[in-house]
Design a protein around this ligand. Structure first.
Ligand SMILES: [Zn+2]
Length: 62
């Protein structure tokens, strides 16, 4: 009996995880000022970006 290779678990991009929390947790990040509430900005080390329109907020890092 031949073994069937198990499908590898696809890695979920961090960026898409942000979308799953929409409508659930609002404290994860700021909303996009262009797209309005419901579209959250992706968290980066020194900035927040909107995946929908590309809006970016740069944050000063101490
Ligand atoms: Zn946006």
């Amino acid at each position: 009996m031949a073994k069937k290779a198990k499908p590898k678990n696809k890695k979920v991009s961090q960026r898409w995880k942000k979308y799953k929390v929409q409508g659930d947790k609002l404290d994860k990040g700021a909303s996009c000022q262009r797209c309005g509430p419901g579209t959250f900005l992706a968290q980066h080390s020194n900035r927040q970006t909107c995946g929908a329109c590309g809006y970016t907020i740069f944050q000063d890092k101490k």
